[in-house]
Design a protein around this ligand. Structure first.
Ligand code: NAI
Length: 490
């Protein structure tokens, strides 16, 4: 529209470096590039205004430029304070055709190492699309979310606007929730219908991860989800690939870049043996660690045992483990009382979406404990001698936030091409075929899941066998798929 784009990133001068990385990533993201080729002319996202909240990495840059190649406009924030890759963020702002002096890409509000306050300011800015010719405020009409913070901000805003007031901060509220309440209090004072108006304009949200889907389901159960949602996480080509093979790559990448400790021969413990835990355990075993697993679900515990991991309780082994990784999506998994009993220089990291798996707040309250920054996102916590135990230290990665994105660069492009092809398809579905998706939380139809997988086979030299018509009839499927019933678990 001719106006200069607004943005907030670390340093636009990083854009040329980011552009090189994006260019190489495009080759590794055949799904996204195939979608650009398929839909580039039709422009199915023309008119879409997407508020995006997802780790601002190189791979996300390729996603953003795919959405805009299909006609969308976006405003983007990261969904974590440590996960932004500053060069990628700069390159998206500058765009393919812009220059550092005259950026012509998409607005991004993200940098590595935001404060929580800055994080929520960035989240707010993805909803601010200026005003139309008559001076009426414009909002997004789509959300693309990872972890549900963007959606949560809208729904909390609506809740408090309906109530006419933002509740006071309670003692049990986290520091972060207090910031959200403060932001919404300011918003309510200046524009009492802002979030209600924004919510009414949104056609749908596509959600990237397990934890965000969990939040959407809760919102829907409570009757407050005002628009349809697509659960991208539970596309098979997302959770059975990104969560598993992605973490198999990026978990040890994060541990290595943070500590460079030899993993072989060490005892590692993975809390949670879901999709992410399975990738983490394999990753650590691949390096020669002896891997222990904790689980609450007997099915996943049995899987871990049959995969050859010892299934243990944290309390029983806490003093024997060298590397702890939480992957549960749950809270209060590794507590300060555990950390007090760990081996000297044990490494403690989380790869689940939120930082409440490890009790960092409790750690800070241990009498006499001292925090030493080794480098950004790597901290030594020194415990004084206590309860007959000598003084010891532990190494905490990314302050308990997801370490693969905080200490390394997250999942590599090829696996994210699967996830983000689902994201792109979900945005097209919700934007162009909204009537097919009533309010609720939906997964993409299986033929689209199979399509995403198909788009990635050639790049790996995989040759798919085709069913004959009579074989297809014999097993009761169509020659062109879908090949499995919905209940099949892969
Ligand atoms: P999942 O639901 O498949 O697995 C979580 C497992 O943890 C379940 O099997 C559950 O029984 C177990 N669990 C729950 N509470 C536990 C406890 N107290 N102790 C031990 N085990 C417990 O979920 P998924 O897909 O593996 O995701 C896990 C987390 O990782 C989520 O927060 C998700 O959003 C996040 N995620 C992070 C990624 C990353 O790149 N860092 C990528 C994908 C997901």
């Amino acid at each position: 529209d001719g106006r200069p784009i607004d943005f907030q990133v670390a340093d636009l001068a990083l854009a040329p470096a980011g552009r090189h990385e994006i260019r190489l990533a495009e080759h590794e993201m055949p799904g996204l590039m195939a979608l650009r080729a398929e839909y580039g002319d039709a422009q199915p996202l023309a008119g879409a205004r997407i508020a995006g909240s997802l780790h601002m990495t190189v791979q996300t840059a390729v996603l953003i430029e795919t959405l805009t190649a299909l006609g969308a406009r976006v405003r983007w924030a990261s969904c974590n304070i440590f996960s932004t890759q500053d060069a990628a963020a700069a390159a998206v702002v500058v765009g393919r055709d812009g220059t550092v002096d005259a950026p012509a890409g998409s607005p991004v509000f993200a940098w590595k190492g935001e404060t929580l306050e800055e994080y929520w300011e960035c989240a707010e800015r993805i909803f601010d699309w200026g005003s139309d010719a008559d001076g009426n405020p414009v909002g997004p009409n789509m959300i693309l979310d990872d972890g549900g913070d963007a959606t949560m901000l809208v729904l909390k805003g609506v809740e408090f606007e309906k109530a006419g007031a933002v509740p006071a901060v309670h003692a049990e509220d986290s520091e972060e929730y207090a910031l959200v309440l403060e932001l919404l209090r300011r918003s309510l004072a200046s524009d009492p219908q802002r979030w209600t108006r924004i919510a009414a304009g949104i056609r749908g949200v596509s959600e990237e991860t397990t934890t965000g889907v969990h939040r959407l389901v809760e919102f829907h159960r409570a009757g407050v989800l005002p628009f349809p949602a697509i659960n991208v996480n539970d596309a098979v080509t997302k959770s059975k690939f990104d969560n598993k093979y992605g973490t198999r790559h990026s978990l040890i990448d994060g541990i290595n870049r943070a500590t460079d400790v030899l993993i072989g021969g060490k005892v590692a413990l993975v809390a949670g043996y879901g999709d992410v835990g399975k990738g983490c355990a394999e990753s650590l075993r691949g390096q020669g660690a002896r891997v222990l697993v904790t689980e609450v679900d007997p099915i996943c515990a049995l899987q871990a045992a049959m995969d050859g991991y010892q299934v243990v309780r944290l309390d029983d082994v806490v003093g024997e483990v060298d590397i702890f990784v939480t992957a549960t999506g749950n809270k209060d998994v590794v507590m300060a009382s555990h950390m007090a009993r760990m081996k000297h220089q044990a490494i403690v990291g989380n790869i689940g979406h939120f930082d409440n798996e490890i009790d960092i707040a409790g750690l800070a309250k241990v009498p006499g404990v001292e925090r030493v920054e080794i480098k950004p996102q790597v901290h030594e916590w020194r415990f004084p001698a206590a309860d007959g135990r000598p003084a010891h230290s532990i190494i905490v990665l990314s302050e308990g936030r997801l370490l693969n994105l905080g200490n390394a660069t997250g999942h590599p492009s090829f696996v994210m091409s699967n996830s983000f092809s689902n994201q792109t398809i979900a945005q097209i579905e919700l934007f162009t075929r909204g009537a097919d998706y009533p309010i609720g939380v939906h997964v993409l139809p299986k033929h689209l899941d199979e399509k995403v997988a198909r788009l990635h086979l050639d790049a790996l030299g995989a040759k798919l066998t085709e069913l004959t018509k009579s074989q297809a009839d014999y097993i009761g499927v169509d020659v062109a798929g879908p090949y499995k019933p919905d209940a099949y678990r892969y």
